[in-house]
Design a protein. Structure first.
Length: 134
Protein backbone atom coordinates (compact mmCIF):
# COMPACT_ATOMS: atom_id res chain seq x y z
CA UNK A 1 0.00 0.00 0.00
CA UNK A 2 1.20 3.47 -0.71
CA UNK A 3 1.22 6.32 1.79
CA UNK A 4 -2.14 7.80 0.84
CA UNK A 5 -3.89 4.43 1.08
CA UNK A 6 -2.46 3.89 4.55
CA UNK A 7 -3.50 7.39 5.63
CA UNK A 8 -7.03 6.84 4.30
CA UNK A 9 -7.31 3.44 6.00
CA UNK A 10 -6.21 4.97 9.32
CA UNK A 11 -8.60 7.90 8.89
CA UNK A 12 -11.61 5.62 8.25
CA UNK A 13 -10.80 3.32 11.19
CA UNK A 14 -13.66 3.63 13.68
CA UNK A 15 -15.90 5.57 11.28
CA UNK A 16 -19.42 4.40 10.41
CA UNK A 17 -19.03 4.25 6.61
CA UNK A 18 -21.78 3.59 4.05
CA UNK A 19 -25.08 1.82 4.72
CA UNK A 20 -28.41 1.41 2.91
CA UNK A 21 -29.72 4.80 4.08
CA UNK A 22 -26.61 6.57 2.77
CA UNK A 23 -26.92 4.74 -0.56
CA UNK A 24 -30.54 5.85 -0.83
CA UNK A 25 -29.55 9.45 -0.04
CA UNK A 26 -26.79 9.27 -2.69
CA UNK A 27 -29.34 8.16 -5.30
CA UNK A 28 -31.68 11.00 -4.28
CA UNK A 29 -28.77 13.46 -4.53
CA UNK A 30 -27.93 12.14 -8.00
CA UNK A 31 -31.55 12.55 -9.10
CA UNK A 32 -31.60 16.11 -7.74
CA UNK A 33 -28.34 16.89 -9.60
CA UNK A 34 -29.80 15.60 -12.89
CA UNK A 35 -33.03 17.54 -12.31
CA UNK A 36 -30.99 20.67 -11.58
CA UNK A 37 -29.16 20.31 -14.89
CA UNK A 38 -32.48 20.74 -16.70
CA UNK A 39 -34.42 23.04 -14.36
CA UNK A 40 -31.61 25.39 -13.23
CA UNK A 41 -33.21 26.24 -9.88
CA UNK A 42 -31.14 27.63 -7.01
CA UNK A 43 -33.11 25.61 -4.44
CA UNK A 44 -31.99 22.36 -6.10
CA UNK A 45 -28.36 23.46 -5.79
CA UNK A 46 -28.83 24.09 -2.09
CA UNK A 47 -30.69 20.80 -1.63
CA UNK A 48 -27.87 18.91 -3.34
CA UNK A 49 -25.21 20.50 -1.17
CA UNK A 50 -27.25 19.86 2.00
CA UNK A 51 -27.77 16.19 1.03
CA UNK A 52 -24.08 15.65 0.31
CA UNK A 53 -23.02 17.29 3.58
CA UNK A 54 -25.48 15.09 5.49
CA UNK A 55 -24.25 11.96 3.69
CA UNK A 56 -20.61 12.70 4.50
CA UNK A 57 -21.41 13.59 8.11
CA UNK A 58 -23.16 10.23 8.52
CA UNK A 59 -20.34 8.38 6.74
CA UNK A 60 -17.54 9.92 8.84
CA UNK A 61 -19.46 9.72 12.12
CA UNK A 62 -18.05 7.74 15.03
CA UNK A 63 -21.45 7.43 16.74
CA UNK A 64 -22.29 3.94 15.47
CA UNK A 65 -25.39 3.50 17.65
CA UNK A 66 -27.15 6.60 16.36
CA UNK A 67 -26.31 5.82 12.71
CA UNK A 68 -27.46 2.22 13.17
CA UNK A 69 -30.81 3.38 14.62
CA UNK A 70 -31.27 5.79 11.69
CA UNK A 71 -30.55 3.00 9.23
CA UNK A 72 -32.96 0.60 10.96
CA UNK A 73 -35.70 3.22 10.94
CA UNK A 74 -35.09 3.75 7.20
CA UNK A 75 -35.18 0.00 6.53
CA UNK A 76 -38.45 -0.41 8.43
CA UNK A 77 -40.01 2.44 6.43
CA UNK A 78 -38.62 1.05 3.16
CA UNK A 79 -39.99 -2.42 3.90
CA UNK A 80 -43.53 -0.99 3.94
CA UNK A 81 -43.10 0.14 0.35
CA UNK A 82 -41.25 -2.95 -0.83
CA UNK A 83 -43.61 -5.41 0.84
CA UNK A 84 -40.98 -7.42 2.73
CA UNK A 85 -39.02 -7.42 5.93
CA UNK A 86 -35.33 -6.75 6.45
CA UNK A 87 -32.75 -8.14 8.82
CA UNK A 88 -29.33 -6.47 8.77
CA UNK A 89 -30.07 -4.99 5.37
CA UNK A 90 -30.95 -8.27 3.68
CA UNK A 91 -34.49 -8.90 2.50
CA UNK A 92 -36.09 -11.88 4.22
CA UNK A 93 -38.85 -13.72 2.39
CA UNK A 94 -41.74 -15.33 4.28
CA UNK A 95 -41.07 -19.04 4.72
CA UNK A 96 -44.26 -20.88 3.76
CA UNK A 97 -42.90 -24.39 4.33
CA UNK A 98 -41.86 -23.96 7.98
CA UNK A 99 -43.33 -22.58 11.18
CA UNK A 100 -41.45 -20.88 14.02
CA UNK A 101 -42.30 -22.17 17.52
CA UNK A 102 -40.92 -21.44 20.98
CA UNK A 103 -39.49 -24.11 23.24
CA UNK A 104 -41.51 -24.27 26.49
CA UNK A 105 -38.33 -25.03 28.44
CA UNK A 106 -35.88 -22.35 27.37
CA UNK A 107 -37.99 -20.09 25.10
CA UNK A 108 -35.64 -20.57 22.14
CA UNK A 109 -37.13 -20.21 18.64
CA UNK A 110 -37.39 -23.47 16.72
CA UNK A 111 -38.12 -23.92 13.00
CA UNK A 112 -40.39 -26.91 12.27
CA UNK A 113 -41.95 -28.09 8.99
CA UNK A 114 -45.58 -27.16 8.31
CA UNK A 115 -48.38 -29.58 7.52
CA UNK A 116 -46.98 -32.77 9.08
CA UNK A 117 -49.69 -33.02 11.75
CA UNK A 118 -48.77 -33.90 15.33
CA UNK A 119 -45.02 -33.90 15.81
CA UNK A 120 -42.66 -34.53 18.74
CA UNK A 121 -40.03 -31.81 18.87
CA UNK A 122 -36.74 -32.00 20.76
CA UNK A 123 -35.12 -28.66 21.52
CA UNK A 124 -31.45 -28.77 20.45
CA UNK A 125 -30.54 -26.14 23.05
CA UNK A 126 -31.98 -27.54 26.28
CA UNK A 127 -33.11 -31.06 25.24
CA UNK A 128 -36.76 -30.56 26.22
CA UNK A 129 -39.18 -32.83 24.33
CA UNK A 130 -42.68 -31.61 23.59
CA UNK A 131 -45.52 -32.49 21.21
CA UNK A 132 -47.27 -29.92 19.01
CA UNK A 133 -49.68 -30.00 16.08
CA UNK A 134 -48.12 -28.15 13.15
Amino acid sequence: MNRFSMWLANFMRGRYGMDQFNRFLMIVALIVIVADMFLRMRILDLLTVALLIYIYCRMFSRNHNARYRENQKFLSMASRFRGGSFQRGVRVEKDRTHKIMRCPGCGEKLRVPRGVGKIEITCPHCGTKFTKKV
